[in-house]
Design a protein around this ligand. Structure first.
Ligand SMILES: *Cc1c(COP(=O)(O)O)cnc(C)c1O
Length: 369
């Protein structure tokens, strides 16, 4: 059987009874959209973060886009973020009509180099958007200080960092808003698409609720400002409620997998991920580094191991963002990393046998390079 970086079937086998009961609960509820499961999930997810409001949305891309719009970001504004991220981070900014502005990342931990942010601020800058990449938090203290000093909004892209912490503070509770994806592979994943945005301010949350519902107050059938439909499905909301109860256990499973990689590969030439002091990593993906990455991946295929790269193309080098005008070489660390990184299999239900197969193959490939 081919080994891949992620697989949900082992989890489904274990949780089948509870997941099917979630579906049955919704089907029996008499309300298939904007019902009790969504309300329940929203209040439980907000409480998990100690944040006032949660608005369930159809996916993580819209969670970012509508989050930005609810914070007042629109055409003519600039949003400072990174190019070393999943493309939807930037697609979402583009979707508001604002312009993404990139700073580079740090070589050690792949995270936003917050030291470069102030120089990127212009009079059009409206929002800072750190991406808590791969499962650990960007340094938030310098960003909150800059946001305050320059009067900017702060939105956390938490799509990869459910339950991650920094100096004890949970990801998503520091910014004015925080966007989450529940795409199946994520640390908290639905059985389909899903997303949510947290907001501390009730006005922002109310705006988010209108933005997901054609621009209407839910019970009043009149549109103030036209918007689209971006609701979180009731079935996915109920599944997410069940899985939220197990989130800390999933994370413990991911950390155990990560520790086994350290124990078994720590003495090789592979650069393993570094956790920034003060951070509690949730290992959404397990990204390692080697200058001969392409050869390694090619040789692993002969062991029937097919691994991913998160991400092979920095967003600023994609043709769809050529109009932003970033030359090759403009974000040197991001560009260098893209040529050297790859991801080892990582999910809580990864069996020790399967992990051993990967470890064994990687060690063998490294020894024959
Ligand atoms: C997954 C992801 C998104 C997009 O979420 P979808 O639910 O797939 O739309 C946005 N940002 C980051 C960093 C992601 O990893």
């Amino acid at each position: 059987m081919t080994t891949r970086v992620w697989d949900y079937l082992a989890e489904y086998e274990t949780e089948r009874g509870d997941l099917l009961d979630a579906v049955e609960t919704v089907f029996n509820s008499g309300q298939l959209v904007l019902g009790a499961s969504l309300r329940g999930f929203e209040s439980e997810f907000a409480a998990y973060h100690g944040v006032g409001h949660c608005v369930g949305l159809d996916n993580g891309t819209n969670a970012i886009k509508l989050g930005l719009q609810a914070l007042g970001v629109g055409p003519g504004d600039e949003v400072i973020t990174v190019s070393n991220t999943a493309a939807p981070t930037v697609v979402a900014i583009d979707g508001t009509g604002a312009t993404p502005v990139f700073v580079d990342v740090r070589e050690d931990d792949f995270l936003m180099d917050t030291g470069q942010v102030e120089a990127a601020i212009t009079e059009r800058t409206k929002c800072l958007m750190p991406v808590h990449l791969y499962g650990q938090c960007v340094d938030m203290a310098p960003l909150t200080a800059l946001a305050e000093k320059h009067g900017l909004a702060l939105l956390e892209d938490c799509a990869q960092a459910h339950g991650a912490r920094q100096n004890g503070t949970i990801a998503g509770s520091t910014g004015d808003a925080a966007a989450f994806s529940f795409y199946p592979t994520k640390v908290l994943g639905a059985y389909g698409d899903g997303g949510a945005t947290l907001a501390s301010d009730e006005t922002v949350a109310a705006k988010l609720r209108r933005l997901r519902y054609y621009g209407m107050e839910e019970r009043y059938y009149t549109v103030e400002t036209p918007a689209h439909n971006s609701r979180l499905d009731e079935v996915q909301a109920e599944i997410l409620r069940r899985k939220l109860k197990r989130l800390d256990a999933y994370t413990a499973g991911r950390r155990a997998v990560a520790q086994r990689y350290v124990d078994a590969l720590g003495d090789t030439e592979l650069k393993l991920p570094k956790t920034v002091p003060g951070n509690e990593h949730v290992y959404y993906v397990y990204v390692v580094r080697h200058p001969r990455r392409d050869e390694i991946l090619e040789r692993l295929k002969t062991y029937d191991i097919h691994l991913n790269i998160s991400y092979p193309w920095p967003v600023h080098t994609m043709t769809g963002f050529a109009h932003l005008g970033y030359e090759k070489g403009s974000l040197p660390v991001t560009e260098k990393l893209a040529g050297e990184i790859f991801s080892l299999p990582m999910y809580p239900a990864l069996s020790p046998d399967l992990q051993d197969k990967v470890i064994h193959a990687v060690r063998e490939v490294l020894s024959t390079l």
